[in-house]
Design a binder for this molecule. Structure first.
Ligand code: E4P
Length: 216
């Protein structure tokens, strides 16, 4: 499973990039709105200069025609920009055309197997299943990820990759990897939680203390 970082914060992206395991970044209008600037083109270009893998940028338009215009513009910002398009009927029309134009699409706000299937049929490179928001609504978000993976496995001609999104805690990442999600897009704090274990900290301190005792 590959790890994408789910943030538009440049400091977090720089820090996480140093770890050497971040393959991409996903942004959305909410994440961008948390940043100090409203120059989204500049933010996107900076992210794309730090991370060479896919960087998802969302369209705000709601009708297919305007989505296409916005998507083409945003895709021109950097070669690794992917376009996030919501799982709506208008979005589906846009995804089909964008994929024919070789613009990579991440179908976002995907909450069901059927939405993911339609996105895959339209040619989306990724479908993002919002696990945390499904859990919040009383569903089993990870089960939807697993079901989407099963359905896509049934049709090898569909090469859409499944992103476990709306990740809230490290266990979501463990589960996503266990069931074979292609990607988990994780907030910075969850990424840091993934690397931490109290027994590692205790072990490091004990090794150092033992080494210091014999070397004195
Ligand atoms: C996915 O690409 C989205 O940016 C993100 O995972 C949404 O997560 P949230 O439910 O924490 O807003």
């Amino acid at each position: 499973m590959r790890i994408f970082l789910d943030t538009a914060n440049i400091d977090q992206i720089r820090q996480a990039a140093k770890l050497g395991i971040v393959s991409g970044v996903t942004t959305n209008p909410t994440l961008l709105s948390k940043e100090a600037t409203s120059d989204y083109e500049k933010v996107t270009k900076t992210i794309c200069s730090i991370i060479s893998g896919p960087v998802s940028v969302e369209v705000l338009a709601e009708d297919a025609g305007s989505m296409l215009e916005e998507a083409r513009l945003k895709a021109s910002w950097a070669p690794n920009v992917n376009i996030k398009v919501p799982a709506t009927a208008e979005g589906l029309q846009a995804i089909k055309i964008l994929s024919e134009e070789n613009i990579k699409v991440n179908m976002t706000l995907c909450f069901s197997v059927n939405q993911a299937l339609l996105g895959a049929l339209a040619g989306a490179t990724y479908v993002s299943i919002f696990v945390g928001r499904l859990d919040d609504a009383g569903h089993d978000g990870m089960q939807v990820v697993e079901d989407v993976l099963t359905v896509l496995d049934n049709y090898p001609e569909l090469d859409t990759q499944v992103i476990a999104a709306s990740i809230r805690h490290p266990l979501h990442c463990t589960e996503a990897a266990r069931i074979g999600a292609h990607i988990a897009t994780v907030p910075y704090n969850v990424l840091m939680q993934m690397i931490q274990h109290p027994l590692t900290d205790v072990g490091v301190r004990r090794f150092l203390a033992d080494w210091q005792r014999v070397s004195q």
